[in-house]
Design a protein around this ligand. Structure first.
Ligand SMILES: [Mg+2]
Length: 387
């Protein structure tokens, strides 16, 4: 995959350690240090959902029959899952992650992918971001989360898996091969026991062995699946981080001022600040918008809003600032003075769309190859050239 000149992609994968068992230990500290198994009834063909690390030392694993787990570790404490409690804690963890990433894709109750702002000189290091998430999750919930970061989903997931427990592993650009190649093939996403056996019979034991073969060879053996694995082995995975949340209807900032504003230049300074704050928030959510609204609350508490529809949706800071300024000067300024001093100002961007969706078509044409998730900087660059 080409690294866009504007910055390289940084994908994060975060996964709570032994989540169900960890919640049980959190709510009942007397369980700590003992083998804990959350899952079905060992007497009724139940299955292990999660075992804590103490139980894992006895060979207990997820998806194992609970009866077998009990044979391996007879002293284990078996608990039924409390999904409502897990969901409640999961929501709190996801809210922390949402603060830290530009796009979030929740895979399960305890696992999530996030798109970080693109890496470029001077930006905050991925490791700093990951450490901050880990300490917030621990500080606010008492749970331990492992985090991996890499240039795509599969590298990020492998990094977080391998970093456990309480892990934090960033695979930096250029380190992908060093990281991937020594791993056993069974570590790759989509290699189950059956595929692993087939690969091993061909002498393909490590990811590096896979990467060293030609695409045609792997396709001959495994068809389409072989193509997928060949790309993964070479550190190539263009799957986007897909956020399913409902997009917000508008993004706004407003401020009430201690002293009323009667001077248009002072108001203009504040309007500009608000518009830039809206642009920053839109960028952090990868959103662009078409309608800009200026809201004024006069000193007599009457509210006035005025809108302008832009030629094309944007989140470009100067465009938003200019549009808001024009509304202020054309429509608000003539009313200013006398009883009409400003108590509150607000700027909102609405008619929102995902910047990624909007730029994807253009980007695909530009890139000249298959689907890739453009970074926000690519999007803004493309967007500027459209306008
Ligand atoms: Mg987990």
């Amino acid at each position: 995959m080409e690294i866009p000149a504007q910055g390289f992609r940084r994908v994060l994968h975060a996964d709570l350690d032994c989540f169900f068992a960890a919640v049980e230990e959190l709510d009942d500290p007397s369980l700590r240090g003992k083998p804990v198994i959350v899952g079905g009834d060992p007497d009724r063909r139940g299955v292990v959902s999660t075992a804590n690390y103490v139980a894992r030392r006895y060979g207990v694993a997820s998806a194992m029959a609970a009866a077998q787990a009990r044979r391996l570790c007879p002293q284990a404490i078996f608990l039924r899952p409390r999904f409502d409690r897990y969901r409640e804690l999961s929501r709190r963890v996801m809210a922390i992650l949402e603060d830290a990433v530009v796009a979030l894709e929740q895979v399960s109750v305890d696992e999530v992918y996030g798109e970080l702002p693109p890496g470029q000189p001077g930006c905050e290091r991925a490791e700093t971001i990951a450490r901050r998430i880990k300490s917030r999750v621990y500080g606010e919930t008492g749970l331990v989360i492992s985090i991996g970061v890499g240039r795509n989903k599969s590298i990020a997931k492998l990094a977080s898996d391998l970093s456990k427990p309480d892990g934090c592993l960033v695979v930096r650009p250029g380190q992908e091969e060093t990281f991937l190649h020594p791993l056993p093939v069974g570590r790759l996403n989509g290699v189950g026991p059956h595929t692993r056996e087939r690969l091993e019979r061909l002498g393909l034991l490590t990811v590096g062995d896979l990467a060293a073969r030609s695409l045609a060879e792997l396709e001959a053996v495994l068809g389409k699946h072989g193509r997928w694995l060949w790309h993964l082995a070479r550190g190539e995975d263009d799957r986007p981080v897909e956020t399913e949340r409902e997009p917000p209807k508008s993004i706004s900032h407003e401020n009430t001022y201690e002293r009323d504003i009667a001077d248009v230049e002072r108001a203009a300074g504040h309007v500009r600040e608000l518009a830039l704050a809206v642009a920053r928030r839109a960028a952090s959510k990868s959103m662009i918008g078409r309608t800009i609204t200026l809201k004024v609350k006069w000193s007599n508490f009457q509210i006035l809003t005025r809108q302008q529809v832009l030629a094309a949706p944007t989140a470009e800071p100067e465009m938003l600032a200019t549009a808001a300024d024009r509304i202020l000067r054309d429509q608000i300024s003539p009313l200013l003075g006398g009883e009409h001093a400003i108590r509150l100002l607000g700027v909102a961007l609405s008619g929102l769309a995902s910047a990624h969706d909007a730029a994807r078509t253009v980007w695909q044409v530009r890139a000249g190859h298959g689907m890739i998730q453009p970074s926000l900087w690519d999007v803004l660059a493309v967007e500027r050239s459209i306008l």
